[in-house]
Design a binder for this molecule. Sequence first.
Ligand SMILES: *Cc1c(COP(=O)(O)O)cnc(C)c1O
Length: 479
Amino acid sequence: MACDTGSSTSLEQHLKESSLKLTTEEFAAYLDSHDELSHLRKEFIVPKNKNRSDYGGDKPEGESTYLLGNSLGLQPVKTRATVNEQLDKWANIGIEGHFKDPYPWYPIGETAADRILHVVGAKSRREVAVMNSLTVNVHLMLVAFYQPTETRHKIVIESTAFPSDRYAVASQIKQRGFDPKTSLIELKPSQDGELVTRTEDIEDLLEREGDSIAVVMLGGIQFFTGQLFDMKRISELCHAHGCYAGFDLAHAAGNVPLYLHDWDVDFACWCSYKYLNSGPGGIAGAFMHDRHSENFDLNRFAGWWGNDPDKRFEMTHDFQPLPGVASFQLSNPPVLETASLLASLDVFSLTSMEALRKKSLLLTGYLESLLCELLGCERGPSVTQQTAQEPHAKRASCSVKILTPREPDHRGCQLSLKFSCHINAIEDALARQGVVVDGRKPDVIRVAPVPMYNTFSDVHRFVTTLISAMESTRAESSQ
Ligand SMILES: *Cc1c(COP(=O)(O)O)cnc(C)c1O
């Protein structure tokens, strides 16, 4: 094969067994017919092109090619009924709903925590809480784990960190009387012109500044580049240097298998509206390693829901925190949001994160191979070897380069594509054909084939539509 990609082994096998050509629509259909998880797509509502208003003209028939689960996951079919059950219960029995099935309200937070354990690789309910929104949880965890001293006061984030994480960290630093200029450290790539980092970059940084670093907080999967960090190794390195390791799992939860307990991560937070399909603004989650469960000296902002449930209604003046991360719960949980998350977790319980990952490796590997074969796209940087600049064919007046690492072990389902031209016209042309992706102006498009509901045909349609979009925008610009 002209483009040898790391994930090509099973793709190669399918090519051999089918005797089809990689780039054909028939091969996409063949892969779909051999997909053991294809039945999961019918658990979701895929937006119809006719309903979408963000592009004009003649709309193509049928379902859109939705490759944006990294921003807002699709609605599970079950969600509406699950939320309606709670509305009905409220209407019919009012306050008694707190203790009546389905999903009694009083313990609904614990119910959700029990159901999400396996998605993030927590050992017990003590390690997870379903609460608040992501940035709120980042703050709550930093209140606990960021205990700066004169000598150890720094927090490390990625240089390309999501703005909300940067604001949260900078404000925590200020709130403790330190200055983000000296206490906020950016993890920068060592290779010029790249955005991905190597584990050695983190090693070097800790070697140089570890003694003054209090917390390292990285995205488990970097939202912009799609790089999956080696959370186990990073936690180990952090601990060797006396720092805490925390992760923002917005792009990792529900995307890749996580083993937070075994990886010895100190804390992590995630939102649930991306790969966890709980709906816009859905309820978020937090993990704290069991090692810290009974450390009641950890600083915390307290609320009554962090109290022992048996003592909550005694309404005493004493705050008696529960062991574990549940002690960080402030308020009684939003039941409609939690019910919506539970509906989505029902779909997750039809499979496993490992099975989803297996499909994901093939699906994203297929996307990479198609881009490479049909577009002459430059492969992503290597995070295990020095990357030599590869010559790549230019398509039209614009070329495409993958920003996401080429090694499948170092990415989730998303590939981030960097264009040598402005993406405005390309995005519009894709949208007109019913292809929904995420454009980051001026020149990056992020594509997320989600193993839970996307098909190989979706990926094929994306790549062929992208090619015609690039060709038509060239034709327009040369007129
Ligand atoms: C999506 C995302 C957020 C969003 O934060 P909210 O508090 O849910 O609004 C934060 N951080 C990262 C890395 C994200 O990808």
